[in-house]
Structures are given as structure tokens and as C-alpha cells.
Design a protein around this ligand. Structure first.
Ligand code: BGC
Length: 817
């Protein structure tokens, strides 16, 4: 792996530039007084740090990733590219593609005036129940580290910083603000810290974000041992440590625990509280200086500190975002089953079925949300490439069992009024969700004058029947549909969750009988009580008329019967997979399983597309001809799907995480008991656990088919590299992900049976052979010695096993190290 520190520069130049930046940082630091330093360490608002003109420091702006750059506004007026979600990026097993994704995101960040991207998320898929898995890469620390390093290198090659997050062990969402994860040092080192360590070593991130949770009794925004000793001390991390949003809990604990910046501002444990603590002798001035130095260094790196040359002086060439989003999506799709070459599609009629085929779920919910300029649904994508008359569509089953954010058919804007009812500002909104801080307020609107926000406009239904409308959020609301007021009251707040307005369930508040195609007026007024102390977060929610589920399935079956191929898109919803909560099972919501079984019974040529960010159970998987996992595939989802279904491209993905049933999943506990979540399984998560239990999942880690075949011919190894020969034995050109696993020669119950140590993508035409050599990292042979608190190289004999997945190993050789 190459470390990208800058473009067009040699090592000596880089070192000299770094020295110059350090000198500029020290000079700036020397000119700051205590109060200004303390203020700098506390956000000035939700997304930025204060600028300090006296020392030539501009305001540093951060934005959420990881699939795009939302910017500082929760608004479709400020759109961003929406790339496939992180599980999809990891499914490409391609560090270079991750690097290109990062480079594109840097371009987006620069366009939007953002200096630091709050990404990537490199927590692990410890249990399949984790609600936020779509936003993390994999169950495997090595794969996570490789993809994460590529991403960081890419973003930073464009002169934009990253904060690798959430350090560490934010692997589930239940009680995420308070949970104490109890983890052995060995599991921490070998599993949970490993991706962070690899990224620090190989990609030199300029930032890290500490998690909400505690590890072994200490909250991560105050974890001196893991932050100051391990991350900074042992690994040499020299970037900024920013808290997760609202995670900083105490002034002294945070500053002494190595936390540089408490976000969001302006009211945090830093600022005046920090200056006072120094004056009271509770906190050393030197601690404050260390943190300020880290902030100034970051500012210098991204080019917002006068007299300091940024790391990147020549930005990479322009990237076509839509084309890259499409390329990553098709390279991420994992074809897990393809009987008798069901895919690519044969010529003939296609019945496309499923609510998500029309309303595609292209990203996961929560802070990872961005607003793209367009979304290509599977229906749009296939309609664009299939001949006229070849495509039919039926809903079949709708997984949305609750109201969702008002979107399809709504044309909305926001109107802000003062206490006298006078309009003080208006703006467009992306959908029925408002999520504003004072910096999002429309032009001319000030927090002190703002009294109410009205979300208003028209709704043109797709279907005739009873439409349900509802509200998510706390406070006073008035809901009127087509001139009738349905609700005028106060919804209460969940005091335990600062983001409940965002993550709670929408409450149905009225039902109106509407006619397809006939626009009606809608209005939801929210009286704002405290700004900016509180964000303005509320949602107008909607649900289409509920049709008889059996009728919907029957309609889809008829469509499938009349077609040569049935393509069924099944999906999770944002109430199943999201930041903010975990899952309780791995079922597809609603009647989707019944739908697939019924369609498969009617048409043996049934292809199922699984639109989820993380594993779901596929009880019908042996009844259908093909299964393609599409993940949350980003804005170009449907176009990429058309590329692979028609065979213009092969699906390129391999599973970054084991897919199996909940009943068989070895690690399922995500709910803490008395505030504690024991990681009792130690290093045995993911495939390590499945293998130890001797259980076979539905689809093994690393599995994924293309449109050609591969014959593995040989592997040789001297213990530091492995050289693999393989041949494309199929009929078309293709790409294979060669996976190298290491298995101790002598079974050792303390260690996994085998683990991923290297991989490489190779391409070859039909009949062609190809040879690839990969490095075997020393760390792959090491175990964490708890007694001596250090790494220990485990000498002995090992099998190097190479193949198509952890369950499909084709060639092997023995090494003694
Ligand atoms: C999330 C972070 C995110 C931050 C800012 C938090 O709730 O955990 O990943 O960067 O909010 O939106």
C-alpha cells in the first residue's frame, strides 16, 4: 500500500513541507490566549470550528460522509453525489476503487467548502443485528483496514481530511450513548483496533472520531489509554481527535483523555468551561496546547492556516461522479446464486416486481444521509435498456409497514414565521423531513425571530384510496390535509435520546380519502420553542393506501407467469436498518418472503435482487434461479443493475460478511445488561465464529459469482509472499478476487481455524492464465500476548489456502515460519 501524502512531490520535499507546517503551527499557537484556545476546541455551531482572523485561521468545516458530502445543510438545495454504501464498497474488495471513491468525495468536499469528511466508519460487523452495518465495511478487520485505508488515501489525496470512526467498538446501536463494551485486550488488538491501526499506519489519517460508547469502563471520549497510549503513543497518530456528536461528557476527563475537539458547538464541555478549569488549576495548560496544536496542524494540512502550505497543492483531475457511482455499484453487486446461467437475462419479457424496484432504497438512514440530484431506480434502469413492451411492473409486496418520510408525489417547501404570523423566510425542502440547526435557517430568518415552521405544498397521489399522514418529532404541531385539520397538539420528547426527533417512529395522525393524480394541499406547522438550543427536527410522514397483501401477491404472480423472467426486488426499510437502533431479527419485512415463494412457483426463471445493507434471511433461496445482493447501491443503483442484468458487465462483488440465518448466527447479543455488553466471544466474530461452531451459513464470507469460471492452478509461498496462478476457464472476460487465507498447521482452539491475510483482483480473457503475487503481512502470523501486553510472532507451520471464498479454497501450500 502506498501512502499518499501529496501529489508531485518527493520524500525530502514532503518532510520539509511538514517541518514548515509544524513551524507555522507553533507560531500560530504562540499567538493565542487561553480563552481563544478553549473556544477553538469547541465547535462554533453544528459543523464548524471558529475562525480566528488574528492568526490567519479560517473556520474549519466538517461534513458527514461516508457515501457523499452532505455539507452543512440538511437540504436538497445543496445536493451531493450518493455513492453505494460502505458494505457495498467493501464488497468490491478493491482498494483502488475505494481510493477513487475517496478522491471523488474530496472533489465534492472542495466544491462545498468542506475541509474534513466525518468518515470512514470502520467498526466491525460483530453481530448481524447491528442496525448501522450498512455504514461499516465488513466483519473482517483486514478487509476493513484495506478498504478504509484506500478511502482515506483517496479523500486526503484531494486535500480534504478524514476522521476514521468510531474509535472504538461502536459495533451496535442499542444504548449507544452509554453502553460499556467489555472486551479483552486480545480481541481489541486483533479485531476491533486492527482496522484503525492499519489505516493509521498505511494511510496516515488526519483525524479520528471517538465513539459514544465506553470500553472496559471508560467512555471513549475520555479514554487516555486507548487514545493517548495506543493510538498516539504506539501507532504515532498525529491527527485530530474529534468527539462523536454530543459524546464529550466532562471537561477534565475529555482533555486528559486526548479529545481535541468537542462537537457540536457552541455549548460543549470545552470553550469557557475549559478555560475556567485551567484557571482553577484542574487542567494543565499543556493539555490545552496539545489539543490546539492538533487542530492547527489539521488546519495547516487542509490549507486554512495562513503561511502554512497545504499538504496537497495540486488537486487530482476531475472525476465523473455519476459514472463512478455506477461503476462501484456494479462492482459491488454480489451474485450469490446463478443456476443454469439464469443471469445475464435471456431475451424476452421481464416482470419486475417489488416496491423497492420503483422506490429504490439507495442509502441507509441517519447521519449518513445525503441528497443526490437524482436516483435511478431499478424500474428506471431496466426501462432504459429493455426493448419497448418487454418490461412490466407490479408492487407485489410493500415492506414499508409504517409511515415513511413524505417523498414520492410531494412538492414541499418550508415557510418560516415570526410570533405575529408574518413570513420571515421560505426555502425548498428535499422531502418531508426538516433537520435544521440555526445555520440551516432560510435567508433572513434569525433564531430569535423564528416562531414557527410550516412544511407545506401539494401531494399528488399515485393510488386512489385512504392515505395516512403522520408526524415524527417532539413539540407542538398542526397537521392539515386538503383543508381539514387532523391534529393540533403536542408530541412529547424522549428525554434519553438527543436524536429521538430523527430516529423515533412516526405517529399516524390522520387519514384522507384521495384520488390518484389529483393534487391536494398539505400543511404541517411546527411551533419552534428553543433555537438554537435545540435543532429543528420534525417529519411529515405518509403511507399509501394499504392494499390487500394477497391481492398484491396474486397480481405479481400473474405478471410473473406472463413473462420469461421474473425479477423481484426485496428490501429492508429505514425502520429496519438505520443508525440509532439495532435489528431484532433478520427477516425481510412485510410479506416479501411469501411474494418470492409465490413468484418462484409461478416462474422457474425468477431472479431476486436483495436491496439491503446487511444480511437478511432468504428462506426461498433454493427455490429461485438467481440471487443478487445489491446492497444500498447509491444514486445510480438502477443503471448499474441494468448493466449487470443485461450482461453488459459482470457483477463484481464478493461477500464482506457472512450471510446466514439468525438461529445459526454465533454472535447475536447487542442489548447490554445493566449497561454492559460483554464481547464474550473474544476474537471469534464473523466467519471465525461460524467456523469454530462448525456451522454452514447460507453464503460464506468471500463468496460471489461472476459471469465466467476460474480454475486455480497453483500457489507457492516463502512465508512472506504468495504467488497464485489461475486461469479464466469460462467463456467471457472477467475479474476474480483471489483470496488468501492462513490456517495454523496445528489446530489451536485459541486461534481461528483460518483468517484472511491477503487478496488481489485479477482480470483475464477466456482461456487466459494469470499470475499474481501478494504480500503476507507479518501481523497475519502474530497473536496478542495478554501476559506481556505485546504482539508475539507465532512460529510454526501454516497452510496458505487460496480460493474463491473461505468455504471454497482451491489450492494450498505449507510454510514454516
Ligand atoms: C454519528 C456520527 C456522525 C455525527 C454527525 C453521530 O450521531 O454517530 O457518525 O458523524 O452524528 O452527524
Amino acid at each position: 500500500m502506498n501512502t499518499v501524502h501529496s501529489f508531485h512531490r518527493g520524500g525530502a520535499d514532503v518532510a520539509q513541507a511538514e517541518r514548515a507546517r509544524e513551524a507555522a503551527v507553533e507560531a500560530a499557537l504562540a499567538r493565542l490566549d487561553l480563552d481563544t484556545k478553549a473556544r477553538l476546541l469547541s465547535g462554533q455551531d453544528r459543523w464548524s470550528l471558529p475562525g480566528i482572523p488574528e492568526i490567519g485561521l479560517k473556520s474549519l468545516v466538517m461534513s458527514d460522509g461516508p457515501i457523499g458530502v452532505r455539507g452543512v445543510r440538511w437540504s436538497a438545495d445543496d445536493p451531493s453525489i450518493a455513492l453505494p454504501s460502505p458494505t457495498a464498497l467493501a464488497a468490491t474488495w478493491d482498494q483502488d476503487l475505494a481510493r477513487r471513491a475517496g478522491t471523488l468525495l474530496a472533489q465534492e468536499a472542495r466544491r462545498k467548502g468542506v475541509h474534513v469528511l466525518l468518515a470512514p466508519t470502520v467498526n466491525l460487523h460483530r453481530s448481524p443485528l447491528g442496525g448501522r452495518h450498512f455504514e461499516a465495511y465488513s466483519e473482517d478487520p483486514y478487509l476493513t483496514g484495506v478498504i478504509g485505508a484506500g478511502y482515506v488515501e483517496g479523500v486526503q489525496s484531494g486535500g480534504v481530511g478524514t476522521t476514521v470512526k468510531h474509535f472504538v467498538a461502536n459495533d451496535a446501536e442499542t444504548d449507544r450513548f452509554t453502553v460499556n463494551n467489555v472486551i479483552s485486550e486480545r480481541a481489541l488488538r486483533e479485531v476491533y483496533l486492527a482496522p484503525f491501526e492499519a489505516i493509521v499506519e498505511n494511510a496516515h489519517p488526519w483525524g479520528i472520531m471517538t465513539a459514544y460508547n465506553a470500553v472496559n469502563g471508560t467512555t471513549m471520549s475520555e479514554h487516555r489509554y486507548l487514545v493517548n497510549e495506543v493510538l498516539r503513543g504506539e501507532w504515532g497518530f498525529d491527527g485530530i481527535n474529534v468527539s462523536d456528536w454530543t459524546a464529550a461528557r466532562s471537561t477534565k476527563g475529555a482533555i486528559e483523555g486526548g479529545l481535541d475537539v468537542a462537537m457540536p458547538g457552541p455549548q460543549t464541555v470545552y470553550g469557557p468551561a475549559l478555560a475556567d478549569a485551567v484557571r482553577a488549576g484542574e487542567v494543565e495548560r499543556a493539555e490545552v496546547d496539545k489539543a490546539v496544536r492538533n487542530v492547527l496542524r489539521l488546519a495547516a494540512r487542509v490549507g486554512i492556516l495562513e503561511d502554512a502550505e497545504p499538504v496537497v497543492t495540486h488537486v487530482p483531475g476531475e472525476i465523473d461522479g455519476e459514472a463512478l457511482a455506477r461503476e462501484i455499484a456494479r462492482r459491488a453487486f454480489v451474485l450469490v446464486r446463478n443456476e443454469d446461467g439464469a443471469l445475464p437475462l435471456r431475451p424476452g419479457k421481464v416482470a419486475l416486481i417489488g416496491a423497492a424496484a420503483r422506490d429504490a432504497r439507495v442509502m441507509g438512514g441517519g447521519s449518513a444521509t445525503v441528497f443526490p440530484t437524482r436516483i435511478v431506480s431499478p424500474l428506471d434502469g431496466l426501462a432504459a435498456v429493455l426493448p419497448e413492451g418487454a418490461l412490466s411492473y407490479a408492487v407485489g409486496a410493500d415492506p414499508r409497514t409504517e409511515l415513511t418520510v413524505a417523498d414520492q408525489g410531494f412538492e414541499l417547501h418550508a415557510v418560516c414565521r415570526d410570533a405575529d404570523g408574518a413570513v420571515i423566510g421560505t426555502c425548498g425542502v428535499p422531502n418531508g423531513q426538516i433537520h435544521w440547526t440555526d445555520s440551516d435557517l432560510p435567508d433572513g430568518v434569525t433564531p430569535d425571530r423564528l416562531h414557527s415552521v410550516e412544511l407545506t405544498g401539494t401531494f399528488t397521489p399515485r393510488d386512489t384510496g385512504p392515505h395516512t399522514f403522520g408526524i415524527k418529532g417532539a413539540g407542538a404541531f398542526v397537521l392539515a390535509i386538503d383543508g381539514t385539520t387532523y391534529y393540533e397538539d403536542v408530541q412529547l420528547r424522549d428525554e434519553d435520546d438527543p436524536f429521538s426527533g430523527f430516529f423515533s417512529a412516526p405517529v399516524p395522525r390522520g387519514q384522507a380519502e384521495l384520488t390518484a393524480g389529483e393534487a391536494i394541499e398539505v400543511s404541517l406547522v411546527h411551533v419552534v420553542d428553543e433555537v438554537p438550543a435545540d435543532d429543528i427536527t420534525f417529519t411529515l410522514a405518509h403511507q399509501e393506501p394499504l392494499r390487500d397483501p394477497d391481492e398484491l401477491i396474486a397480481e405479481a404472480v400473474d405478471a410473473a407467469r406472463a413473462a420469461d423472467t421474473a425479477v423481484v426486488v426485496v428490501a429492508t426499510t429505514d425502520r429496519v436498518e438505520s443508525e440509532g437502533y439495532d435489528r431484532t431479527d433478520l427477516h425481510l419485512p412485510g410479506r416479501q418472503n411469501d411474494l418470492v415463494s409465490a413468484v418462484a412457483a409461478a416462474n422457474p426463471n425468477t431472479v431476486v435482487i436483495v436491496n439491503s445493507g446487511a444480511p437478511v434471511e432468504l428462506p426461498w433461496r433454493d427455490e429461485v434461479a438467481a440471487v443478487l445482493l445489491s446492497w444500498f447501491a447509491g444514486q445510480e443503483c438502477g443503471a448499474a443493475l441494468a448493466d449487470v442484468l443485461t450482461g453488459a458487465h459482470e457483477p463484481g462483488g464478493r461477500l464482506p460478511t457472512t450471510w446466514g440465518s439468525f438461529a445459526d448466527a454465533p454472535v447475536t447479543q447487542v442489548v447490554p445488561e445493566s449497561g454492559e455488553l460483554p464481547y464474550a466471544e473474544g476474537v471469534f466474530i464473523g466467519y471465525r465464529a461460524w467456523e469454530r461452531e462448525g456451522r454452514s451459513p447460507a453464503y460464506a464470507f468471500g463468496h460471489g459469482l461472476g459471469y465466467t469460471d476460474w480454475t486455480y492452478e497453483s500457489v507457492t509461498s516463502d512465508g512472506t509472499t504468495a504467488t497464485v496462478r489461475l486461469r479464466n476457464s469460462g467463456e467471457r472476460a472477467g475479474r476474480e478476487v483471489v483470496q488468501v487465507y492462513l490456517a495454523p498447521g496445528q489446530p489451536d482452539t485459541e486461534r481461528p481455524t483460518r483468517w484472511l491475510v491477503a487478496f488481489a483482483g485479477v482480470e483475464a480473457g477466456p482461456g487466459e492464465s494469470v499470475e499474481v503475487t501478494v504480500g503476507l503481512p507479518r501481523r497475519a502470523f502474530e497473536v496478542w500476548d495478554e501476559g506481556n501486553n505485546t504482539w508475539s510472532f507465532a512460529k510454526g507451520s501454516y497452510e496458505i489456502e487460496v480460493g474463491r471464498s473461505i468455504a471454497d479454497r482451491r489450492v494450498r501450500t505449507t510454510v514454516n515460519v
